[in-house]
Design a protein around this ligand. Structure first.
Ligand SMILES: CC(C)(COP(=O)(O)OP(=O)(O)OC[C@H]1O[C@@H](n2cnc3c(N)ncnc32)[C@H](O)[C@@H]1OP(=O)(O)O)[C@@H](O)C(=O)NCCC(=O)NCCS
Length: 213
């Protein structure tokens, strides 16, 4: 169902292997199960908010509530689009794109995760490329930013592959200890130069104004 009062549900991003869309309740339930099954090894913590330390059932509920909250809290001045990523028809993870005052800044941020079983196959690169295509080609963004812990080679690898440049370090408290994050930044020219994934966008005209684009 594509609700007429929330046209973002009609938005579809497609790459050669993936489809990204805002999940309806059934798909959201499947996405929650992917999180419950595990996103990383217990010893690691790639997130500054350590939501994956919870039990499998709680992780699932956290994902369910997070995605619904992004819809409930959406405003043109502060939005987060939390997309389910489907590979071969099955949900494998989540790709978020967010911005504050996008109409003024032209800048988006991203965040993502895949279920453990789906990592290391280039899916993370492909889904971030889809998010960047939405931002730059679809919404006219000028810059995209991201951040990853300095000991997260896969996330840093995705950013490097797509043309981001280092943008300084920051320190955060995670599990009561200091961790260093590498900030990353991609401008429009480098996005153009590094884009290698074919992406199509469907349904954007009906919801472009929701982004302040
Ligand atoms: C981060 C994440 C989304 C990346 O997706 P992915 O599909 O696993 O990554 P890809 O297969 O696209 O690989 C991306 C790059 O990392 C490299 N890479 C993959 N595994 C690696 C490893 N163990 N060590 C070093 N580099 C690695 C790949 O070679 C690739 O770089 P290249 O294109 O230059 O060769 C995914 O691994 C994940 O969900 N991890 C757990 C949650 C997380 O860390 N989220 C991000 C928080 S900032």
């Amino acid at each position: 169902m594509n609700p007429q009062h929330w046209p973002l549900y009609g938005l579809r991003l497609r790459t050669p292997r993936l489809e990204l869309r805002l999940p309806d309740l059934e798909l959201l339930d499947d996405l929650a199960s992917v999180a419950a099954d595990g996103v990383h090894l217990r010893a690691d913590m790639p997130f500054t908010v350590p939501w994956t330390d919870a039990s499998p059932a709680e992780r699932g509920r956290a994902v369910f509530q997070h995605v619904l909250a992004t819809v409930a809290n959406w405003s043109v001045r502060d939005w987060a689009l939390s997309l389910a990523v489907l590979h071969e028809g099955k949900v494998v993870g989540r790709q978020d794109v967010m911005a504050k005052d996008f109409a003024v800044t032209g800048e988006v941020g991203t965040g993502s995760w895949l279920g453990l079983a789906h990592q290391g196959q280039g899916i993370g690169t492909e889904m971030r490329a889809a998010a960047l295509h939405l931002a730059f080609a679809g919404l006219g963004a000028r810059t995209a930013v991201s951040a990853a812990m300095t000991d997260n080679p896969r996330s840093l690898g995705v950013s490097r592959r797509l043309g981001y440049l280092p943008d300084g370090l920051e320190v955060a408290a995670v599990r009561g200890a200091p961790v260093t994050l590498q900030r990353l930044r991609l401008d429009r020219a480098r996005w153009e130069a590094y884009r290698a994934v074919e992406v199509t966008v469907e349904g954007l005209d009906d919801c472009r104004k929701e982004f302040g684009a």
